[in-house]
Design a protein around this ligand. Structure first.
Ligand code: FES
Length: 264
């Protein structure tokens, strides 16, 4: 899924996270050195690094939150993983803030401060591990469009009754776009037999189908490869055992209409 917080298709969150990682690692190293060598200068450096790490972490969290809300597919394994990633990072931040607050008492509780920072680093490593999985497995922030898929398109539509979801010549063959209508994510695609509309959610683990390839009336989930007939919704290949929901479209006067109804 293409990131909503990006510059020229480059997601901002992964660009920024290297700063708090570097600052917090430096904090721990300088604090340990300060205690081993009884060096106040190192302790002071650790303080500056810790403050910089906290500021950088808060700054990096902003595009992360935007992607969490707007990019990670809802009701998916990726969303659960992103929630754990966010909670681990929040816990890590609290530990470093606590360590910063207690720094004035280095003479009395240096090992408590080092312990808090060490625990923060452990959380940071696990959070980073999950962040990597979110990118490399769940493709969050990745635009996995195959050749000929066209430019990524996403629209937020409103209205009751039939809503125009595309123009007749808007998409090329096998191209798709994602529309949001009444809180539902719907993929509009063009096949050899005309336009189709289907739910943007793979029943296996909630992957977004809008980022997968559409070929000969079959869409493939980019997460684990399940394949679906986009006209009937039937599943062709697993791991998904269920099909997808499809929606009827009406073509009139060069426009494609969708009359969406919530499922009972
Ligand atoms: S989420 Fe696993 S195949 Fe789609």
């Amino acid at each position: 899924m293409k990131s909503k917080a990006s510059i020229n298709s480059h997601p901002i969150h992964p660009m920024l996270v290297s700063f708090p990682i570097a600052f917090f690692t430096g904090t721990l190293l300088f604090d340990v050195l300060a205690i081993v060598q009884e060096n106040d200068g190192y302790w002071q450096t650790g303080l500056y690094l810790e403050a910089a790490g906290i500021a950088a972490a808060v700054f990096a969290a902003v595009p992360g939150i935007i992607d969490y809300v707007a990019t990670v597919p809802p009701k998916s394994s990726g969303k659960k993983r992103a929630t754990r990633h966010a909670l681990l990072n929040a816990g890590m931040l609290v530990l470093f803030i606590l360590a910063l607050v207690l720094r004035g008492d280095r003479l009395y509780m240096p090992f408590l401060i080092i312990g808090l920072e060490l625990a923060g680093m452990v959380l940071l490593v696990f959070a980073g591990w999950m962040g990597g999985t979110l990118v490399y497995r769940n493709q969050i922030g990745v635009d996995p469009r195959y050749a000929g898929a066209g430019k990524w398109k996403e629209e937020f539509l409103q209205g009751d009754g039939p809503v125009i979801v595309a123009e007749e010549n808007e998409l090329g063959l096998n191209q798709m776009k994602l529309v949001h209508l009444k809180g539902q994510r719907i993929v509009i695609g063009k096949t050899e037999e005309g336009y189709v509309a289907f739910e943007d959610r793979c029943p296996h683990r909630g992957g977004s189908l809008a980022g997968g390839p559409l070929i000969c009336g079959t869409v493939q989930c980019p997460w684990h490869g399940s394949q679906f007939n986009v006209k009937t919704g039937a599943v062709y290949a697993g791991p998904s055992k269920e099909g997808i929901r499809v929606f009827p479209l009406v073509e009139a006067n060069g426009k494609i209409y969708l009359n969406y109804h919530q499922r009972d």
